[in-house]
Design a protein around this ligand. Structure first.
Ligand code: ATP
Ligand code: MG
Length: 205
């Protein structure tokens, strides 16, 4: 095969790039337990977190999912993940009683949130659990149902190697500051808003 000079230039350039990459990799840490926040008004906070749940389960890690605000239906993910629940590799708890406009009882919501946090803390402190997903916990904090300081103290006690994901709109700034990985989902279009389409199985639940 004829090798032209641009191919040689490219090869040299790539060799240099590889050296830089290898050097960078050599300086990087092997691992760190992360505090992960998925927030913002766009769709995908919970589903992105469930993607990490799936990856962790695939790696054989123990996972706990605590849902702070439960919808009025059984989510498809709970059905799909029931195999791991039976195997004892996953705990999946829906602790809330529904949206605030459904329960219409602030004191009861606060009590339910406190219970959900107690349960969450047990899993956060348990080093057997490599990943703990606190779904919609940001909303619970934003509504003032769960003190932010309590969550920060809990996260401080997290074992070195385990990951905690906090999802929900309006993540409080101290939580964002404390986190290692923060993603804000940006709303561009949503079929509910623009077209008045109800939540659909497989897409929303
Ligand atoms: P998902 O669970 O699909 O990843 P999410 O966690 O980002 O969504 P939440 O804030 O938890 O979204 O909202 C819960 C439900 O509200 C989901 O069914 C979602 O599709 C829907 N939803 C999300 N964003 C919007 C929006 N901007 N307008 C209306 N409904 C929305
Ligand atoms: Mg969600």
């Amino acid at each position: 095969m004829k090798i032209i000079s641009t191919d040689l230039d490219h090869k040299k350039k790539m060799q240099r790039r590889k050296e830089v990459q290898d050097q960078r990799l050599a300086q990087m840490k092997e691992s760190k337990g992360l505090i992960i926040v998925n927030t913002g008004h766009g769709k995908g906070k919970t589903t992105a977190a469930l993607g990490m749940v799936l990856r962790s389960l695939g790696r054989g890690y123990k996972v706990a999912i605590i849902q702070f605000i439960k919808g009025g239906w059984e989510p498809g993910e709970k059905i799909a993940l029931s195999h791991w629940e039976k195997e004892g590799q996953l705990v999946f708890k829906a602790m809330g009683e529904g949206f605030t406009w459904e329960t219409q009882d602030r004191q009861r919501d606060i009590e339910k949130t406190a219970e959900a946090w107690q349960s969450s803390l047990e899993f956060i402190l348990n080093e057997d659990y490599k990943l703990v997903l606190l779904d919609e916990v940001n909303v619970a904090m934003k509504l003032g149902y769960l003190p932010v300081d309590q969550v920060l103290t809990g996260l401080e006690q997290k074992p070195e190697d385990s990951h905690v994901i906090l999802t929900g709109r309006g993540a409080p700034s101290p939580i964002i500051e404390k986190a290692d990985l923060v993603t804000e989902m940006t709303l561009i279009k949503h079929p509910f808003r623009e077209q008045g389409i109800k939540a659909q199985p497989g897409i929303e639940f």
